[in-house]
Design a protein around this ligand. Structure first.
Ligand SMILES: CC(C)(COP(=O)(O)OP(=O)(O)OC[C@H]1O[C@@H](n2cnc3c(N)ncnc32)[C@H](O)[C@@H]1OP(=O)(O)O)[C@@H](O)C(=O)NCCC(=O)NCCS
Length: 189
């Protein structure tokens, strides 16, 4: 991808392809910010421990932060009015199923609940559909994360009536004991 993508919506959001020097900051937002307890670690999420830097790097390998393997996974920094507000990532694109899984976290509570998350997801889905023909997008939050689920629904995702066993069969292991699957479908424009 060349430069930032602008979303013509309020709030104004653009997605900047993340680079290697963003990696540490993206980790700090995930593991050491005031939004961390709303997605991982005790008391609310004892089933998902907060990753160390080394564990994070093992998951978010270098291609998430460069253009070397765009189909294997990529992170984008969410920017609004010149300010970095969070990160959104897609995992490997399954070319046969035209499917990928997304992850998102804003950098601080102060940015939450203002439409940045849902706007970002709508935008990233449209981009991945156009650029790579992705037709199905999933997110797999904990059932406890009501704000994330509301934001995903606002972005056009629908809760899937799948048992834990069905989820595992279709999408592999999730992060939480009570994962739910929300899916957004974009077919030919
Ligand atoms: C999840 C996240 C990306 C969503 O982005 P966001 O910009 O906050 O979400 P939006 O403003 O687009 O939408 C928020 C929705 O949640 C609702 N909401 C806000 N605070 C809430 C709360 N404490 N409990 C339940 N719902 C809440 C809003 O009313 C809105 O729903 P609506 O459109 O039905 O009114 C963001 O909140 C975040 O980074 N949270 C911390 C990290 C995280 O949980 N990441 C997801 C891991 S799966």
């Amino acid at each position: 991808m060349q430069g930032p993508l602008t979303v013509a919506r309020r709030p104004t959001i653009s997605l900047r392809p993340a680079v290697a020097s963003d990696r540490r900051q993206v980790y700090e937002w995930l593991a050491k910010s005031d939004v961390t307890p709303s997605m991982m670690g005790p008391p609310d999420y004892p089933d998902l421990s907060i990753p160390t830097w080394e564990e994070f790097c093992a998951d978010y390998v270098p291609h998430y932060f460069d253009d070397s393997e765009p189909l294997s996974g990529r992170c984008f920094i969410i920017v609004s009015e010149g300010q970095d507000e969070g990160v959104v990532c897609h995992n490997a694109i399954d070319e046969q199923r035209r499917l990928t899984e997304l992850d998102i976290w804003l950098q601080a509570k102060v940015y939450c609940g203002k439409g940045y998350g849902s706007g970002t997801l709508r935008h990233l889905c449209a981009y991945l559909h156009e650029a790579y023909g992705v037709e199905e997008f999933i997110v797999r939050p904990s059932k406890r994360n009501r704000r994330a689920i509301a934001a995903y629904k606002r972005a056009g995702f629908e809760l899937q009536p799948l048992t834990p066993a069905e989820q595992r069969t279709r999408f592999g292991d999730g992060d939480y004991d009570d994962c739910v699957v929300l899916l957004k479908r974009l077919t030919v424009l």
